[in-house]
Design a protein around this ligand. Structure first.
Ligand SMILES: Cc1ncc(COP(=O)(O)O)c(C=O)c1O
Length: 395
């Protein structure tokens, strides 16, 4: 007889993966031979630039990297990160004390609540938002308070709407601009407001800058650390996944507040030895090498955005163009839920999108589309949706 091995209470209370059923449905359709245009996920479709792959290939042969890496990562990568922040944002970072190397942004985002909050503490979370924030909060047995992101506020949280009692209990806050899923970007003024709010209530800020490189119409997204006082209250998480199409490589970093960096490194000392040295060398090559690949990538996403948004407007769907990230956030006709709408598009148009409810209650009424396929397929997706006759044509 096999023994029934129970999972820990901690595992049992982890949030359910909302998108798992959608991924399964898409898989079934594809298996049944349907030509599905999958715009539901956030996996960059372009390869890592050649010079970065070549740096990795050379470094992989170096016996130095076949040993354990230093626990907190190679200092040359921390120095490259500091040089990158100075060059890109005019921000001074002390590579010895203000940088932690991460196994991807997701790892850092999940580790941070474990580093900074106790069971029952309050964490402020954007709604809609990236679901991995919820995972770390659940592991830390903390409590989430949602900050609604609504179109009327440009998808920025309204700090004045947060009751003082909640703000005073909050220990940590997650922000993310350019934003997944809304495609909104933040201003320096908003970040300055964030620093003031956080300092007043004693809240540590984590700014997830995963889409930091991807701003449209000639506007470079602002780093949280560009604002005075930001380092006193928080850190920024930067990943190589999107800027350099290195999602599979699992490399990212946290920069900013020395105490928070220290906490991350302390937790990581207990969880792992640092990344394969060759990946760290390639990551440094990405930050210090030619950046034309980044400009080209942003131009590619911007061209896709323009094509897709125009094609949707052509079928009568009134949508706003995102100002950053590689997502479009599309409002739905009244009377249909985002899950029903996504199911219908998959069934009847063979187009997969992510229902907004999967990103939180305030995501209801929207679906998220990833601009991660070529312009012809994006145009075709819009045409297929148009054939369903769901939208009045506005001339
Ligand atoms: C908002 C946001 N943050 C963080 C990440 C994590 O990126 P990674 O773990 O690949 O660094 C993603 C990836 O999709 C994301 O969308």
């Amino acid at each position: 007889m096999t023994m029934e091995i129970p999972f820990s209470e901690l595992l049992e209370q982890l949030p359910k993966q909302f998108f798992a059923s959608l991924v399964a449905k898409v898989g079934e359709k594809i298996k049944a031979g349907c030509d599905v245009i999958n715009l539901g996920q956030g996996n960059p479709d372009q390869p890592t630039p050649k010079h970065i792959v070549e740096a990795m290939q050379r470094a992989a042969a170096n016996p130095k990297y076949h040993k354990y890496s230093p626990f907190q990562g190679y200092f040359f990568l921390k120095e490259a990160i500091a040089a990158f922040y100075a060059r890109e944002y005019g921000v001074t970072i002390d590579p010895a004390r203000e940088v932690a190397i991460l196994f991807g942004g997701k790892a850092g985002l999940v580790e941070l609540p474990l580093c900074l909050v106790n069971p029952g503490d309050v964490v402020l979370v954007p709604d809609p938002g990236y679901p991995d924030y919820w995972s770390g909060i659940a592991l830390a047995r903390a409590r989430m308070e949602m900050m609604p992101l609504v179109a009327e506020n440009g998808f920025l949280p309204d700090y004045e709407a947060i009751p003082a009692a909640v703000a005073d209990r909050a220990k940590l806050m997650f922000l993310n601009y350019p934003n997944n899923p809304t495609g909104a970007t933040a201003t320096k003024e908003f970040f300055a407001e964030t620093v003031a709010f956080a300092a007043k209530h004693g809240i540590a800020v984590v700014h997830d800058f995963a889409y930091g490189a991807i701003g449209f119409d000639g506007r470079k997204p602002v780093s949280f650390l560009e604002v005075d006082g930001a380092k006193d209250v928080g850190v920024e998480i930067y990943t190589f996944s999107k800027t350099y199409n290195m999602a599979g490589w699992r490399v990212a970093f946290a920069v900013g507040n020395e105490r928070i960096i220290r906490a991350l490194e302390l937790l990581q000392d207990h969880l792992y030895v640092s990344l394969f040295g060759a990946i760290q060398e390639a990551a440094a090559a990405a930050l210090l090498g030619p950046q034309d690949c980044v400009a080209e990538l942003v131009a590619l996403y911007e061209a896709r955005r323009n094509t897709f948004i125009h094609a949707l407007r052509d079928i009568g769907w009134e949508v706003q163009a995102p100002s950053g990230s590689f997502f479009a956030w599309l409002p739905l006709p009244k009377g249909i839920s985002s899950a029903e709408f996504a199911d219908m598009l998959l069934e009847r148009a063979h187009v997969a999108v992510a229902p907004g409810i999967g990103f939180g209650e305030h995501g209801e009424g929207y679906v998220r589309v990833g601009l991660l396929t070529d312009e012809a397929r994006l145009r075709e997706a819009a045409e297929r949706i148009g054939r369903l006759g769901l939208f009045e044509k506005n001339f």
